[in-house]
Design a protein around this ligand. Structure first.
Ligand code: NPQ
Ligand code: MG
Length: 370
């Protein structure tokens, strides 16, 4: 099903401005261990192919025409069988991840186990950071950062792009001081020719710079790492556990942002975590403006031991006036609680879901019903 959720405020990045979120949700029904169960998945694809090649309508189509028929043909299905079955199809990691998430949720609800427990969490709360979009003026940026620090967020991430970078970081550092944990995200907006320009960021003691260069450019990231002191973190470039191992071996990054959708699912996300842990590479949990469903799974993932940096695991009210589930709230300690109930530990509030649903398609063994 598709839901339309207005954003609390427009979110601008180097690839565009979003004012609302069109989100594909997956609801599976089945029987596990003899008991009827349902599960929810959330696809993190954006409505347009800007952050990555996937987009909502494309994800819905590939799920309907290829992925669900393939899974139905296989019959007996477990969450750890979803990725292997769908591996015959190229690409579409976000669409694949949403199906695996839904099957895993259904399975864990019957087993009475939480996502956190299943993935290997070692914490019951996770430190929360917040991602701040590009603003029209420096004044607006300072006001927004002040507001988030007031809320209690433990680290600030500024979106940057060519022309809106060094002075913004300088202004935030000057206003909030050396104690502020600060990082930036370029969403692939620069090229290696900008190395000297980007090295000016070294003066501001940033925790990291996220994805400065193109998604497919590991070699240039590794060269950039020799030309600036600020640690390089990869987001868009990390598409699998093997890819993470390659990036680390090439010296393209020293920190990794993990997003389950981008790597094809929460089970692969755990493997990315494991590879990074073996190499002593810190990881943190990214965000894709998820509803409470995706947020629940992200917070569970962020509770694994290698997640040593605050994630973009913000509270629900960072993005939504009203979330689809009971809202995730920021505690006075700047942490978000990890759900402990079976499966995701949260579900859509029926009234709220009905209010935001724009279409739904039921895919039984016989064929689609709208
Ligand atoms: C990132 N997320 O780390 C992404 C990018 C991003 C929280 O900064 C709609 C849907 C708009 C997904 C804008 C954060 C989005 C989006 C930015 C993802 O690169
Ligand atoms: Mg990013």
């Amino acid at each position: 099903m598709r839901v339309a959720m207005p954003l609390r405020r427009p979110f601008r990045t180097s690839f565009g401005t979003q004012t609302s979120r069109d989100i594909l949700l997956v609801r599976v029904e089945g029987v596990a261990d003899g008991a009827a169960t349902i599960g929810w998945g959330e696809c993190v694809a954006m409505d347009e192919p800007r952050y990555s090649a996937e987009y909502v309508a494309g994800a819905a189509a590939v799920i309907e025409h290829f992925f669900v028929p393939e899974l139905l043909r296989a019959g007996d299905l477990r969450a750890d069988g979803v990725a292997p079955l769908l591996a015959v199809f190229e690409g579409h990691p976000m669409a694949k991840a949403s199906l695996e998430m839904a099957v895993l949720d259904a399975e864990l609800r019957v087993a009475g186990r939480s996502f956190a427990e299943h993935l290997g969490a070692v914490r019951d709360r996770v430190p929360a950071g917040v991602s701040v979009g590009i603003t029209d003026t420096v004044g607006q940026l300072l006001d927004q950062v002040a507001g988030y620090l007031d809320d209690g967020y433990l680290r600030i991430k500024l979106k940057i792009e060519p022309g809106v970078d060094i002075e913004r970081v300088a202004a935030v550092r000057e206003r909030f001081g050396d104690g502020l944990t600060l990082q930036v995200d370029a969403n692939a907006a620069y090229s290696l020719d900008d190395a000297a320009h980007l090295a000016q960021l070294d003066a501001f003691d940033l925790l990291l710079i996220e994805q400065p260069l193109a998604t497919d450019d590991l070699r240039h990231h590794s060269l950039l790492a020799t030309r600036m002191r600020t640690p390089i973190c990869l987001d868009e470039s990390i598409l699998s556990a093997k890819g993470a191992a390659d990036a680390i071996a090439l010296g393209a990054c020293s920190i990794v942002n993990i997003k389950a959708g981008r790597v094809g699912g929460y089970l692969e996300a755990v493997r990315v975590h494991d590879v990074c842990q073996v190499h002593g590479v810190p990881v943190w949990c990214g965000g894709m403006l998820e509803t409470g469903l995706g947020r629940a799974a992200n917070v569970a993932l962020a509770a694994l031991p290698g997640f040593t940096l605050p994630g973009d695991t913000s509270a629900s009210d960072r993005y939504w006036i009203r979330d689809l589930t009971e809202p995730f709230v920021l505690g006075s300690d700047g942490h978000v609680a990890v759900p402990s109930g079976p499966g995701l530990g949260v579900e859509p509030i029926p009234d709220m879901l009905a209010e935001v649903t724009t279409s739904s398609t039921w895919l039984p063994a016989g064929g689609a019903q709208r």
